[in-house]
Each structure stands twice: as structure tokens, then as C-alpha cells.
Design a protein around this ligand. Structure first.
Ligand code: GDP
Ligand code: GDP
Length: 437
């Protein structure tokens, strides 16, 4: 089930990122933080009263530059309108109502989306006189908050959640492998999908996705059921916003959430971009399986070591996902395109693999003998027992004497040992510790 998306829109300096960071603090990571995962986020998961949603700071999408503020804000608003279930329109309670607010207000008012008008920087319980001017925006009652003092945030979250759409059920069978096809515009998503589908039986084509921008294409390959979730829109390609390349990041989030497997497409002629990294980081944090597909391999001048050098570069840029297989393909010559589905099926199985507890503890027991757990001030970490508590992604709990003695480098060692023994190719893994009295 895709999480609802909430977008924050507003002028520079009204406090969008302060607000974002306040809520992001409550974020619960699905997989542990690893070095290399990008920190400058424009989106975060927020949990509130049994609900979780994705919060996007549209202001973080572009560098600030005074002369184009208005056009940037129009873009922000457009993106919010396209991608969000609920829009938080933030204004500045100290500055009062300004012309730019009215301009954006006009844009937002015409959408069918729920808009919450939020007046930030109301730091005390007394409303400033200028507060009432915001009624002129015609967006209903303004909500006063103070992001820095964390005032009114709970009430606002309640209001946001109350505006989420009713849940829609996914209509795919449990064993369908859901593949998010992710990559910047022009990387070759449509070409690759069409090449694969050209050889497969497409059951139904162009079903409008249950979400905003994705188009779902279910098909079978032998006995296996798949659905491609494509963020660009495969055949009914809408070119409207293709030019705003950066925003493909935002559009990808939803597809990733709905998928089991992410096909991360990289353009061989460009290498891994900052945007590719962000998207891959999200797939990793969401605990999805990933395969890295380097397309347009036909355009690369090859020498003896070209592919190895490429692999090295990708491993360096996407250091947080050393588990992801890398394929070098060409949609034009069809080179190795036939390996894509095989790999997807393989990593999907790895993603949902469960290992027997007995064997797992044998492996960990041996690992401990080879390399003793860390110690601190004369106390040594004791590992009693390990068990796998979930799949998709695989999650393990290690019972120990004292959690404070654990160390990330040892956790990584354990992870490597589990991977050596069992594989878990293509999938992130999480390892948690619990104390056993
Ligand atoms: P953004 O450009 O909209 O992301 O705005 P920022 O979050 O960077 O905030 C701009 C300025 O407003 C910073 O100096 C913040 O410290 C300040 N600010 C943000 N929220 C509040 C608030 O609730 N009260 C007050 N007094 N200042 C705030
Ligand atoms: P999308 O926006 O990611 O769906 O990308 P498209 O599939 O529309 O491809 C964008 C452009 O790249 C088109 O002109 C394709 O013909 C071209 N293209 C796609 N894959 C390849 C490839 O493997 N090699 C070469 N040379 N061109 C490709």
C-alpha cells in the first residue's frame, strides 16, 4: 500500500524546512542508517497516531535564487498538486500576508486537492492581528503553528490525517512481483519496458495506476506474474512536466513504496547522478530489493577494463547498496535485456527468503569464534541467539547481554557473514539488538 503524500509549499523563509525537520525527527527508519545514504532530504516518513505518510518539502527541490522565486513557487505548487494527497501551504505569521502568497493561493485553490493553510511563526498563544488577513486567501481557517517552539504541530497533524483519501486496495495477487521502474527522464525506461514486453504476454495494458502518476502494466512470464510500475507513463507518455527533470525524484517515491523490487536505471553515458543517488537511497531505506540497470551500453566506447571501472564507480556512488546486482544493457541492441526479468525474479526471492534459525545460529556462532564481539571498559558484548523476524526485507534480531556494547562495524561483520552463508542478494537487510535479561 502506498503511503499518502503530503507536500509543503510556501515562500522562502516562511519556515518550511524548520517544520520539515521537526517532523522528520520523529522518523522511524526501516533499515538502519548506513554511511553513504544521502542526508539532504526533501522527503521523509512521518509517523503519527498509527498513520504514516511521506512528507515532501518542495522548497528543497531547487536552490533558492531571489529573481526566480515566483516561478519556483509556481513549480513547487504544480508538483504538490500533481503528487500530493494533502498540501500544506505555509505562510509567515510575522511577515503577514504578501502578494506572492496570494498568487500561490490562487493556484492552490483551483485544485481538487485538500489544502491546509498554515500560519507559521506564531510563537505564543496570542494570535497576531495580521493573522486574520490570511482569511483573504479563501482557503478556509488558517492554522497557527510555531515550528521552532513546536506549538500546534499535533493539532495540525490530526488535521492532515483527517484529509487523507480512503484506502484503495491493490488488486494484484499476493505472488505478483511488483517492479518499480525508476530513473530520470530519457534514461530508457519506456524502451526497456517495451523491449521486455515485446516478448511477453501483456495481460492488460495501460491500466491507470491506483496512484497519481504511475502506470501499471501487469504481465506474465512463464508461470510468473509481474507488474511494472512505471513513473514516466509508458505509452501514454505525458510530456507536460518531462522538462522538470528534478521532480522525477518526487514522482518515484510512490512507485517505490508500492513495489517489492526496484529497477534502478542509470544512463551509461552519464553515470550515477545526484538524483539517481537520492532515489536509490530511498529504495534502500524503504527496504526494497534493487537491481541496478545501466542502459545505453551500446553508446559506450569500450576498452579492456571499461565494465570493471563502471562497476567500481557505481559501487562507490551507491556505497549503501553493495548488495544490488548490476546489469549492463541496451534497449537498442537488446544486449542482456533478457537477463533483467531473471534477475528481478531472483532478487525478489532473496528478498522474501527466510533462513532456518538453527543454521543461522551455526553461522553466527562460527562468526563469533573468528572475530570476537567488541568490548568496552572491560565488558564484552555477548551474543546469545539470533533469529529472523521478518522478510521483505529480511530483518534479524540478535539477543545480547548489553546493547550499548554493540558497534556498527561488528553489525556489518555479522551482516556480511549472513550474506556469505545465505546470499540475500539484491536486498537490504536490517539487524536489530535486544537485551536478554
Ligand atoms: P524555508 O525557507 O521556508 O525552508 O524556511 P526555514 O525553515 O529555513 O526558516 C527561515 C527562518 O525562519 C529561519 O531563521 C528559522 O529559524 C525561522 N523560523 C522557522 N520557523 C519559525 C517559527 O516557528 N518561529 C520563528 N520565530 N521563527 C521561525
Ligand atoms: P524514458 O524517458 O526513460 O522512458 O526513456 P525512453 O525509453 O523514452 O528513451 C529516451 C531516448 O533514449 C529515446 O530516444 C530512446 O530511443 C533512447 N534510448 C533508450 N534506450 C537506449 C539504448 O539502450 N541505447 C541507445 N543508444 N538509445 C537508447
Amino acid at each position: 500500500m502506498a503511503k499518502p503524500v503530503v507536500a509543503i509549499v510556501g515562500r522562502p523563509n516562511v519556515g518550511k524546512s524548520t517544520f520539515f525537520n521537526k517532523l522528520a525527527g520523529k522518523r522511524i527508519a526501516i533499515v538502519e542508517d548506513k554511511p553513504g545514504v544521502t542526508r539532504d532530504r526533501i522527503y521523509t516518513e512521518v509517523e503519527w497516531l498509527n498513520h504514516s505518510f511521506t512528507l515532501i518539502d518542495t522548497g528543497g527541490l531547487e536552490p533558492e535564487s531571489k529573481d526566480i522565486i515566483l516561478s519556483q513557487m509556481r513549480n513547487q505548487a504544480k508538483i504538490a498538486i500533481q503528487t500530493a494527497d494533502v498540501i500544506v501551504f505555509m505562510v509567515d505569521g510575522r511577515a503577514g500576508l504578501v502578494a506572492a502568497d496570494e498568487e500561490i493561493g490562487n493556484l492552490l485553490r483551483r485544485t481538487g486537492k485538500p489544502v491546509l493553510l498554515v500560519v507559521n511563526k506564531v510563537d505564543t498563544s496570542k494570535l497576531p492581528d495580521s493573522f486574520y488577513d490570511f482569511y483573504q486567501l479563501g482557503l478556509g481557517d488558517p492554522f497557527p503553528i510555531s515550528s521552532t517552539n513546536a506549538l500546534g504541530l499535533g493539532d495540525l497533524l490530526d488535521e492532515i490525517i483527517a484529509r487523507f483519501p480512503e484506502k484503495q486496495d491493490e488488486d494484484y495477487e499476493e505472488d505478483t512481483i511488483k517492479v518499480a521502474v525508476i530513473g530520470k527522464p530519457n534514461v530508457g525506461k519506456s524502451s526497456i519496458i517495451n523491449t521486455i514486453l515485446g516478448e511477453e504476454r501483456v495481460i492488460v495494458s495501460d491500466i491507470a495506476g491506483t496512484t497519481r502518476d504511475a502506470i501499471d502494466t501487469p504481465f506474465t512470464h512463464g508461470e510468473d506474474k509481474y507488474v511494472f510500475i512505471d513513473t514516466a507513463g509508458i505509452r501514454r507518455k505525458s510530456r507536460v512536466n518531462e522538462d522538470i527533470e528534478k521532480y522525477s525524484v518526487v514522482r518515484s517515491l510512490n512507485a517505490i513504496e508500492r513495489a517489492n523490487v526496484c529497477m534502478l536505471m542509470i544512463d551509461a553515458t552519464e553515470g550515477v547522478t545526484e538524483q539517481d543517488k537520492k532515489i536509490a537511497g530511498y529504495a534502500h531505506e524503504e527496504g526494497k530489493a534493487s537491481v541496478i540497470v545501466v542502459n545505453k551500453w551500446d553508446l559506450v566506447q569500450k576498452e579492456t577494463n571499461t565494465m570493471n571501472q563502471y562497476i567500481k564507480d557505481i559501487r562507490k556512488e551507491l556505497a549503501f547498496m553493495p548488495y544490488a546486482p548490476i546489469l549492463f544493457v541496451s534497449a537498442v541492441t537488446k544486449q542482456r535485456v533478457n537477463q533483467i526479468l531473471e534477475t528481478i525474479k531472483f532478487i525478489s526471492n532473496q528478498h522474501s527468503m527466510r533462513v532456518p534459525t538453527g543454521r543461522l545460529n551455526d553461522v553466527i556462532g562460527e562468526a563469533i569464534l573468528l572475530n570476537q564481539p567488541p568490548s568496552d571498559k572491560g565488558k564484552r558484548l555477548k551474543i546469545f541467539y539470533v533469529t529472523q523476524i521478518s522478510v521483505r526485507p529480511p530483518k534479524f534480531v540478535i539477543f545480547v547481554n548489553n546493547r550499548e556494547l554493540t558497534h556498527f562495524s561488528y553489525t556489518r561483520y555479522i551482516e556480511n557473514k549472513i550474506r556469505e552463508a545465505f546470499g540475500f542478494e539484491g536486498t537490504p537487510m536490517s539487524i536489530l539488538y535486544r537485551e536478554k535479561g
